[in-house]
Design a protein around this ligand. Structure first.
Ligand code: FES
Length: 369
């Protein structure tokens, strides 16, 4: 049955429009367009973003989360996307104030979009060999490459992985064109989505290869980084920020994308701070869901004042011990993965979330009806 709800006096509403109001089960965004109040659902069709917080240009409001647009008059998307519709509500201005009617005059229409391949199930044939993914995060000019100690040790690790008859894949981040994280998480936890909004929007963004590798393909991941001023490489952090969407799935959907996967690290640098870099990496990759073999990283540094970097390179090149350490790291990681694989049921037991980072939160997508 249609019900009219009084929102307030015109002058009062003018002082705070656009705003949202919940009436019965409807979350309604109220706008002012051409001096008239209009009302559409406050919940974006995409992931439930709050439309009343979006930027208004002419007749259209742009969702503050990922930029979908809707007419503030009809609730439809712009030309070409007008099959998409958020509910629109009748509004009347009467002598005693402004009224909005529920239920909506136009209901929500959700267009089915082709789901990203990252959402598909990628099953692995039982008994297939372990899969080892190497990720190099050092930056350099590919056209004029230099010797990288972290890359060299990663290469030794990958050679060992091949000797162990695993399937291998090596990704050098510097060869991928990918954008910086846009920080949707800073708008709202639910604005950081899986797949990443950049990946969904931009077919040119090449981080899909890493997402595919980490989430669907690999059993074991070995990440290598140089130390740059006491930190991991800039490309490492660029990657880490784009992986927030993987961790965030645990928070917002209790969806662990990384399960029974093992990570190990190779950290090299002319100067020191290995413990801090390793500590940061262990924390981050554990929050993604990775687990670690005994002694999960190998590292090399000659100390704070070792500025003769050419000798650093010579030393790593000549070091049989570091070569062997890289090989043993991958061997430990693969052995550990085999143990996990044999104990799947135990690893898949539900875990208590209290005290962990990923606290459950109310999900606005549940309100998309
Ligand atoms: S564009 Fe609105 S939630 Fe993504």
């Amino acid at each position: 049955m249609a019900t009219w709800h009084r929102l307030g006096l015109r002058d009062e509403l003018l002082a705070r429009v656009p705003f949202s109001v919940t009436l019965e089960r409807h979350q309604i965004a109220v706008f002012l367009h051409e001096r008239r109040f209009t009302a559409i659902s406050n919940i974006c069709n995409h992931k439930g973003g709050p439309l009343c917080e979006g930027r208004v240009r002419g007749e259209f409001v742009m969702c503050p989360w990922h930029g979908w647009e809707y007419s503030v008059v009809t609730g439809k998307g712009p030309a070409g996307y007008d099959e998409e519709q958020v509910p629109s509500f009748a509004v009347e201005e009467r002598q005693d104030g402004v009224y909005v009617q529920t239920p909506p005059v136009m209901p929500r229409k959700l267009v089915k979009h082709k789901p990203s391949h990252l959402l598909e199930t990628h099953s692995k044939t039982p008994g297939a060999p372990p899969r080892v993914l190497g990720i190099s995060t050092t930056a350099m000019d590919e056209a004029n490459p230099r010797f990288s100690t972290s890359d060299a040790l990663l290469e030794h690790a990958m050679a060992m992985a091949r000797e162990l008859q695993t399937d291998t894949q090596l990704i050098k981040l510097r060869t991928l064109k990918f954008q910086h994280c846009e920080g949707n998480y800073s708008k709202a936890s639910h604005a950081c989505t899986w797949p990443c909004a950049i990946t969904e929007r931009d077919p040119e963004d090449q981080l899909s290869a890493v997402y595919e590798g980490l989430v669907h393909w690999a059993d074991v991941v070995i990440i290598s980084t140089p130390i740059r001023w006491g930190n991991a490489s800039s490309l490492y952090y660029k990657l880490a920020e784009r992986l927030n969407c993987v961790q965030n799935q645990i928070t917002i959907h209790n969806n662990m994308l990384i399960k029974r996967k093992v990570a190990g690290f190779i950290i090299t640098g002319g100067q020191d701070n290995i413990q801090a870099v390793a500590g940061g990496m262990l924390t981050f990759w554990s929050e993604l869901g990775f687990v670690f073999p005994p002694f999960p990283f190998i590292a090399h540094s000659r100390g704070w004042d070792a500025e003769d970097m050419q000798n650093n390179v010579r030393q790593v090149k000549a070091s049989a011990a570091l070569r062997e350490a890289s090989r043993e790291l991958v061997e430990r990681a693969v052995d550990f993965w085999k143990m996990l694989d044999q104990n799947r049921a135990m690893m898949d037991r539900p875990m208590e979330r209290a005290g962990r980072k990923a606290n459950p939160l109310v999900n606005p997508e549940d309100a998309i009806v």
